[in-house]
Design a protein around this ligand. Structure first.
Ligand code: NDP
Length: 520
């Protein structure tokens, strides 16, 4: 990974190389002294060495280059960019983003405020999250699906199996290959601390379609797809080990890399905390963005595949599709397909713009989502539930309302962030902020702070309702998810307050409710 990191910027001048060397040296003993030397030295050299543009990146920062380089001559100042925009028709105006931290010389500061209970919380989560996945896996079996102390197998074969490892790793490799297929639009990410914007190839929906065709072919040719259910625990183990190894590599690589690539929230200097929360913001291998890939591909599509295997098994057993199971599989399939269809919308979410890529996201993406989110389908395939048609209609309507709110709000914010001058959003009221960005204060974002979370919670509830009320185990998902999103809303509000200060206070005054209008 270290060599990969170097390969990321093949055109870098020796100035940049010596700078990053001195940066990594500065991490050791005399951090503050060597930091001072580095920045003053680079300041002196700057005017004579124009920095070449990096592959996969585009400069968006007028604040980056103070010297009169050719690059700078082409870069507008804050004033000229605004004036230029005023001369354009509204639909042609470009977003002018001037954030106070867009200064090359500014390093990612030490993270002072921790989340999730700091290093101690991180320690417990690193162990607690895998234990929860195993626990729920043992709690909901064909013998019983009740909240009881399950029988825990003690032989290692119950946890590890070479075939399961091969399936998991083969799936990861298959998805990685699909990710690299050069089809689909290339979208620019939000401006980074350095002012640059990363490019992302959005071919997630194509990957999903190819995965579905591959699954259909496997079923058609009668391949034993059911093996993934028999080896469910062993697949979990492979996922846990894979996540641990990947997170360690990511942490080590981040330690050796440039400071301004670190995540602002994962730079405490405490190994456990930074490892858990994510030390580097956007780790990449060349143009392969690891976080963007893991967020929506192997885990999310894997979750759908496991669901489809359960549905296929039931169809083979019963000769028909069970209504409640089919319904929840369809709902979740729509959720997954939606995420991949609107793949570029993830570029304005917290996971991409704020959180580093560490154990928390790696494990969440590669183990938690595929092996826990299917708890309802697992229960329905093991026990089956007979429900009156009007109950199913009610659940269907609840899911549709949730989806409508979820999609409408996410798209509205994403379109606005991509182009604040989008004529389709011209009717929306906004609040200006000192950073140049504006906050939506009407439309979906005037309803509550997180209309997208509200929609998500409604859908999660609808999925569990398909299982009826005979066991609370299947309600784990909506309960956990509501807690997660309430906490996430707090985290984001803190970040927004830091970014937008008085403007955020004004937004909060205008929009009173956090997630549930008139309730919370
Ligand atoms: P958001 O998509 O709400 O992104 C938060 C960012 O949006 C803020 O940091 C801010 O960034 C911007 N923002 C906030 N308020 C406004 C406003 N009024 N006007 C304009 N911009 C605003 O949050 P998440 O990233 O947490 O969630 C994305 C989606 O993913 C949600 O639908 C959520 O439900 C879902 N999700 C699903 C999970 C799952 O496991 N299924 C887990 C977590 C999330 P800035 O101003 O810098 O642009």
């Amino acid at each position: 990974m270290a060599s990969v990191k170097e390969a990321k910027s093949p055109g870098r001048s020796s100035r940049t190389a010596s700078k990053s060397k001195s940066r990594s040296r500065s991490r050791s003993r005399s951090r503050s002294r060597s930091r001072g030397r580095t920045s003053s030295a680079s300041r002196k050299r700057k005017p004579t060495t124009p920095k070449p543009k990096q592959e996969n990146m585009e400069s968006n920062s007028p604040a980056r280059t103070k010297a009169r380089t050719p690059e700078r001559a082409a870069t507008p100042t804050r004033k000229s960019a605004r004036l230029q925009n005023l001369n354009l028709a509204p639909e042609e105006r470009k977003p002018v983003i001037f954030e106070p931290y867009l200064d090359e010389e500014k390093r990612v500061p030490r993270t002072k405020k921790t989340e999730f209970g700091g290093a101690i919380g991180a320690f417990f989560m690193i162990f607690g999250l895998p234990v929860t996945v195993y626990f729920l896996n043992f709690v909901c079996t064909q013998n019983k699906c009740k909240p009881y102390l399950p029988v825990i197998p003690l032989d290692w074969q119950s946890y590890f199996d070479i075939q399961a490892a091969a399936i998991y790793l083969g799936w990861m490799a298959f998805q990685a290959l699909l990710y690299m297929v050069p089809v689909g639009p290339v979208v620019m990410g939000q401006p980074l601390r350095s002012g640059q914007r990363l490019k992302y190839r959005c071919n997630g929906f194509i990957s999903l379609c190819i995965s579905l065709v591959a699954f259909g072919a496997a079923v058609y040719f009668k391949l034993p797809v059911g093996i993934v259910l028999q080896k469910f625990t062993q697949l979990i183990t492979t996922g846990v080990v894979f996540s641990l190894v990947l997170s360690i590599i990511l942490y080590v690589n981040a330690r050796r890399g440039s400071n301004n690539k670190l995540a602002p929230g994962g730079n405490t200097g405490n190994f456990l905390y930074d490892f858990f929360i994510g030390h580097e913001l956007n780790p990449r291998v060349g143009s392969f963005d690891l976080k963007f890939f893991c967020e929506l591909r192997p885990g999310l599509i894997g979750w759908l595949m496991l669901n489809l295997v359960m549905l296929t098994e039931q169809y083979n057993k019963q000769g028909a599709l069970p209504p409640a199971l089919t319904m929840v599989v369809v709902f979740q399939a729509v959720y997954v397909a939606d995420a991949l269809w609107f793949e570029d919308a993830i570029l304005t979410t917290m996971d991409i713009i704020h959180d580093g890529f560490g154990f928390m996201l790696v494990f969440g993406d590669l183990v938690w989502v595929p092996f826990l989110y299917g708890l309802q389908t697992r229960y329905l395939s093991l026990y089956g539930v007979k429900m009156e048609w009007y109950c199913l209609v009610f659940i269907g309507i609840l899911n549709l309302i949730g989806y409508y709110i979820f999609r409408g709000s996410n798209s509205q914010k994403n379109e606005f962030r991509k182009n604040p001058y989008n004529p389709a959003l011209a009717h929306l009221e906004t609040i200006p902020t000192a950073s140049g960005k504006r906050l939506l204060v009407s439309g979906w974002w005037g309803l509550c702070h997180k209309p997208n979370y509200l929609g998500d919670i409604l859908m999660a509830t609808a999925w569990s309702l398909t299982c009826g009320f005979s066991t609370p185990v299947v309600y784990f998902y909506p309960v956990y998810f509501t807690i997660l999103l309430i906490h996430r809303e707090y985290r984001d509000a803190e970040q927004c307050h830091k970014k937008y200060k008085a403007s955020w206070d004004r937004y909060c005054e205008r929009v009173k409710y956090r997630i549930f209008p008139y309730i919370y």
